[in-house]
Design a protein around this ligand. Sequence first.
Ligand SMILES: Cc1cc2nc3c(=O)[nH]c(=O)nc-3n(C[C@H](O)[C@H](O)[C@H](O)COP(=O)(O)OP(=O)(O)OC[C@H]3O[C@@H](n4cnc5c(N)ncnc54)[C@H](O)[C@@H]3O)c2cc1C
Length: 393
Amino acid sequence: MTTTETRFREEVRSWLADALPADWGRGRAPSASLAGRIAEGKAWQRAVHRAGFGGLGLPVEFGGRPASATERLLFAEECAAARAPEPADIFGQLILAPTLMQLGTAEQKARFLPPVIAGDMMWCETFSEPDNGSDMANIQCRADVEGDELVVTGRKRWNSLAQFATWTMLLCRTGAPDSRGRGITFALVDLSSPGIRIEPMPMLTGDARENEVFFDRVRVPLENVLGEVDDGWRVAMAAMTTQRAIGTAELVPRLAVVVEDLVALAGRTGVGGRPAIEDPLVRDGIARCAVDVAALRRNGQQAMAASALGRPPGPEVSIAKLHWSESEQRMHRLAVEMLGLRGLLVRDDETAVDDGYWAHYWLWTHALTIHSGTSEIQRNIIAERVLGLPRNR
Ligand SMILES: Cc1cc2nc3c(=O)[nH]c(=O)nc-3n(C[C@H](O)[C@H](O)[C@H](O)COP(=O)(O)OP(=O)(O)OC[C@H]3O[C@@H](n4cnc5c(N)ncnc54)[C@H](O)[C@@H]3O)c2cc1C
């Protein structure tokens, strides 16, 4: 680490010590409601921006701050170690902003980057549809150019946090119905536009985090198209690659903290009066989790070093996505198994350990191996585009 990076780490650490109460985030209880967690995440984003850590690595003219890839990773590691809240606008700050920097026009950057960096917008992603998930080129949601607008009609599904969002990144079909990736457009849509209806979908955890979003002749100015009309596949691939790379930068540091908590949990719980930490299977399981985190961290550092040399992330981000999502699932399953029957109790049950955190998040981790491309799809990408094996069909 360079002297500048060491100084940056100290600056972040000392700000976090002031910004968060000393016992912040201990005990792992999930905050009351999804709406409560989103409100907390929004307030945190604004605090990060006010402290001068918003938009790390993005241009100063848009409210960002120059930062190396290592400094961005250091910021994420320090926030994870302090158990800081997760930012609410993951889609805007971590997916849209880098995609705009790569493919947006000067006007689009000037219009959207400042409010995204300041935490004044909340974005979602409306790509998937009832009959289209893994096969993203099969978009059916129709959009026709009328004058200087797109007119959009269709139905989207599984759209995370859409009920809290103000804008969405939309994929729609502008070409012939069978034009696959050649006839898709990527548009930025104001969710307060007439003709949009959002219906939350309750999930296994009890939270309704995902939604269905209906578009009925929604008018979108052509200036909101990212890339060109019919050129959205290229933009979507850039956004998806960024999305899969996020885990490396943002989630892996948080997994290191989960391993610490697993060790603590194994020390204070057990079956039949014997602490779980004395069980060889538990010890073996925790060691495996620690090895996963070490490997993920090392690969993340390599990816950061490559990006510092100007190499954009490629299909190898699928390796990271597959590894972190399956590792996080394994970690939470280990905790639930360690707790025996009490591991099945969810929040609001007074005998639940850590207010049901482990059961709640173990259920949630099942979503990790589906969203942003399922594990099977990541394995196909690794086989075909990283290893050069023959196509599966
Ligand atoms: C919690 C959650 C959040 C999500 N958030 C969003 C969001 O914000 N925005 C959004 O647009 N979408 C979102 N999604 C949708 C997500 O991207 C899709 O669910 C995912 O791509 C899978 O698509 P599908 O559900 O249609 O399953 P399908 O594509 O029908 O797949 C069904 C099964 O078949 C397997 N399969 C499919 N094709 C192949 C193949 N070629 N080779 C091998 N196996 C294959 C899959 O791996 C899966 O096991 C979210 C999903 C979840 C669960």
